[in-house]
Design a protein around this ligand. Structure first.
Ligand code: HPA
Length: 274
């Protein structure tokens, strides 16, 4: 069953004992390749997930499993180094647990990044994409179960999950930096197997530009709790069936490493301009 509001409060209370009067205004959930930004946080307080009541450890390779609080580009942030994925065995509510805890601590904005397969055949692996919307059908919602009214309404609006103001800001910052930025729709697949070519075809037919195994649960929960959201994707590979070659985690990690410089520059510029 789901978590109670009291459990979220217990997690937040524990973190308050570690943070004193520090209020993390921005939660950053950084996908493959960008976790290193957590190491650049100044005056950092790092808290491992197992130390936080009701938190689950992250098991994904290359993810550290801790929250780093402090200042980045002059902004009070909490950086999640390592996110939870449904394919690791967590419920969707567990995947997004930290978002609600950070909301209780005062976070108003979620910046979320990920690596994803590129579905749009006019684009290339290595491109960056601003997420304008997502498709998360077939799977249950992280909001399933008794509604926690303290966070938001039973039937939350999802017309603007990815905050238009922050989309504008990202486009402006990308242009100013000279970083080309695609924009499009992210379609969530639960994984852990990559999609089949037929599923990629389906995604494209439905209007998706990218396919990935994260982000949508956290964004739904953030939207429910009234947070502003900015989502940025590294299109790490062409999605299955587009090129005549198998997909591998190695390809994703290599692309993430190669894009690290421009991706982190864009994320930091957006953070600074919030
Ligand atoms: N599909 C789903 N998730 C991904 C992909 C992909 O092709 N690449 C990186 N994450």
């Amino acid at each position: 069953m789901g978590h109670t509001f009291a459990q979220y409060q217990e997690s937040a209370d524990y973190l308050r004992t570690r943070l004193g009067s520090f209020v993390p205004k921005v939660l950053m959930i950084l996908g493959s390749g960008l976790g290193f930004l957590g190491d650049e946080v100044e005056d950092a307080v790092a808290v491992s997930y197992p130390d936080i009541p009701h938190f689950k450890p992250s098991t994904a390779p290359g993810h550290k499993g801790r929250l780093v609080f402090g200042t980045l580009r002059g902004r009070p942030v909490a950086v999640m180094q390592g996110r939870m994925h449904h394919y690791e065995g967590y419920s969707y509510e567990e995947v997004a647990y930290a978002v609600r805890v950070l909301r209780l601590l005062g976070a108003e904005t979620l910046i979320v990044t990920n690596a994803a397969g590129c579905v749009n055949t006019a684009w290339s692996a290595g491109d960056l994409m601003l997420i304008t919307d997502h498709i998360k059908i077939f799977m249950e919602s992280p909001l399933r179960g008794p509604n926690l009214d303290q966070f938001g309404p039973r039937f939350p609006d999802a017309s603007h999950l990815y905050t238009p103001r922050l989309q504008d800001l990202a486009r402006e910052r990308a242009q100013a930096l000279g970083v080309p930025l695609r924009q499009g729709v992210y379609m969530y697949f639960p994984g852990p197997q990559y999609e089949t070519p037929a599923e990629v075809h389906l995604a494209r037919t439905l209007g998706a530009d990218a396919v990935g195994m994260s982000t949508a649960p956290e964004v739904i929960v953030a939207g429910h709790a009234g947070m502003e959201v900015l989502g940025l994707t590294l299109l790490s590979n062409m999605a299955a069936g587009i090129l005549d070659q198998p997909l591998s985690e190695e390809e994703v990690l290599t692309a993430a490493e190669a894009a690290k410089g421009k991706f982190s520059a864009l994320v930091l510029a957006c953070l600074e301009a919030l």
